[in-house]
Design a protein around this ligand. Sequence first.
Ligand code: HEM
Length: 394
Amino acid sequence: MTQDLTTFDLLDGVPPDPYPVYDRLRQEDPVHEMEGGRWLLTRYEDCSAVLRNPTMSSSQRDIGSADEPSLLQQYLSKLMLFSDAPDHTRLRGLVSRAFTPRVVEELRPRIVELVDQLLDEAEAAGELDVITGLGRPLPVAVIAEMLGVPAEDHDRFRSWSEALAHTVDPEMAPDVAERATIAGLEFMEYFNELSEERRQRPQADLVSALVAIEDGGDRLAADELVANCILLLIAGHETTTNLIGNGTLALLRNPHELDRFREDAGLAKTAVEELLRYDSPVHLTGRAALEDTEVGGVDIPAGDRVTILLAAANRDPAAFADPTRLDLGREDNRHLAFSSGPHFCLGAALARLEGQIALSSLVTRFPRLELAADEVEWNPTITLRGLQRLPVAL
Ligand code: HEM
């Protein structure tokens, strides 16, 4: 059955295989109008232009709960992800002084060790769910250790950040919003205590580094510090899980590419870029037009909100040769999976490193890797595209 494109709206849910409808949108209605002053973009050029346009706001965009000022809203408003220049520039500048490429590169041996441990456990068990056995535990351990969160708290962290992951969706059901609010409050309390502790007794971790940061008298205020620690944790968690999950699934469904990867570990870098492009872990992001703006020949009035479908842009034939083909050696791969412009993913280097180590270890260590389920089930979140489970035979 061919879907009627005029009423297409992602709020109705992302289809299990969304790419055919994205292709049709891109061809037939690339600047697609939805109800209530909302637009959906699917062309690479339009998406890229909007992400880099300073009059397209991240602070006014639709996020999670749009109810009257709540604690959750207050917290969300302190995130660099949901702020515009000059606040954004300041927050990002302060956090990136602690979260540097060197700090990330120093994590390499620890990531290798964590991946080896998880794969040892899988080998001993004789089976693996790539989501629960590798994709979830790895990033949460990495970012929690990096921040300086004790190991015994990692499980609590995971459940808080899962509850909060919904806040990046364009809309949230009331019960989901309530769970997110509770998780947010507990999280804030936790980080308030942790940062107070580090203020007294600094350690070699990111929370201590953030507490110490001063910028010409400008400090990261306590609430900003806590909010952005939570952001690092959430942003670095389910996204990376989805890279590992979606990436493994794409490899299993393209056995030639899987063989190619196994035989040439040197492909890890381009392979991860290609997997990010092919089934993007962050499916979309949003902006709000502060001024009347022309996008792809269509006038978008001030105040309207725009959804940038990164996953569709990443399959645009105008930007990628043969975009539906998975090619682990693809060159000139300027995908938008980490966004573009001022909000370009701050954790991209870390995500890439984790993805490269996890995926290359998985395929080389288990040469007979096979999908052990007839069907796969996707999470109900809209912004974060990922699998609920991915059982594989070793
Ligand atoms: C595969 C994994 C990841 C993907 C696909 C991803 C994707 C993205 C995207 C698309 C954005 C920008 C959204 C926008 O323009 O509105 C973003 C922002 C961000 N990401 Fe990531 N991310 C990943 C992993 C990480 C990790 C590991 C961290 C940190 C530990 C992280 C931290 C951040 C932060 C702090 C921002 C906000 C940047 C800003 O607003 O200036 N991300 N990410």
